[in-house]
Design a protein around this ligand. Structure first.
Ligand code: C5P
Length: 232
């Protein structure tokens, strides 16, 4: 996937209000072109803020992890497409992925979440699955590819395993990015920007290392610089 280094950085706007989001976007200025809105901001007025960002020339990733009966997913995807977002997440269940792919319009691309990274094998067993995490990630990645999903959310470690399954056409989008020397926080499977690019990741989702930095714009610029130096 041919992308400029700056186009590969997605900043997670994990802030409690649209006011806080506006302030962060103003501080980041031209350093950041792509923003992720997740549950916290989406359910605090952030859905209405998405078209404002799009009108300002930014791209928007709505991390809403949809999963419902097919008709409900399809109608939800149509409404979301009208907000002008570029990426939307759904859980990687075949019915859900089929419905989302069939209903996407305009610029909207569908990303599937294979297995939440907070799940281990015991969590899967407790949820009734007879698969290990790598087995289920591989199975769902293959299903996503066959259904025509546009990309997957995965850790940098999974990216190297998933890429041969999905081929070059699907976007791999990876959270848990930590520049060397920054705090891991609650993230377990972390990678530096360089390692993520080397693993075949297309887009890097970064939250706290930028939005909680003393100088968020400098932190974003440093990550873009590291991406531009990295090799894949
Ligand atoms: O602050 P941090 O860089 O850890 O933020 C990562 C972002 O990516 C958060 O918005 C988080 O919800 C999201 N995410 C994640 N791990 C996943 C999927 C999404 O950290 N497996």
């Amino acid at each position: 996937m041919q992308l400029e280094p700056r186009q590969r950085l997605i900043v997670a706007l994990d802030v409690p209000s649209v006011e806080a989001a506006r302030a962060m976007v103003a501080r980041l200025g031209d350093a950041v072109e792509f923003y992720k809105i997740g549950y916290q901001l989406a359910f605090a007025g952030g859905l209405a803020y998405a078209p404002v960002l799009v009108d300002a020339g930014k791209r928007v990733f709505l991390d809403l992890k949809l999963h419902d009966i097919g008709n409900t997913v399809a109608e939800g995807v149509r409404s979301i497409a009208r907000l002008g977002a570029s990426f939307l997440t759904v859980h990687a269940y075949p019915q859900t992925m089929h419905a989302a792919v069939a209903a996407r319009e305009g610029n909207l691309r569908i990303l599937a979440v294979t297995v939440l990274t907070s799940y281990d094998d015991a969590d899967l067993a407790a949820a009734g699955y007879d698969f290990t995490v790598p087995e289920l990630v591989g199975e769902r990645a293959a299903q996503a590819r066959d259904i025509g999903v546009d990309g997957l959310v995965c850790s940098a470690a999974e990216a190297a395993n998933v890429r041969p399954i999905v081929g070059p056409g699907l976007a791999l989008v990876t959270p848990g990015i930590r520049p060397a020397g920054t705090a891991a926080g609650d993230q377990k499977r972390i990678a530096t920007p360089s390692l993520a690019i080397a693993a075949g990741v297309d887009y890097l989702v970064v939250g706290r290392p930028i939005i909680a930095a003393a100088d968020p714009k400098a932190a974003a610029e440093a990550i873009v610089e590291e991406i531009s130096q990295a090799r894949n």
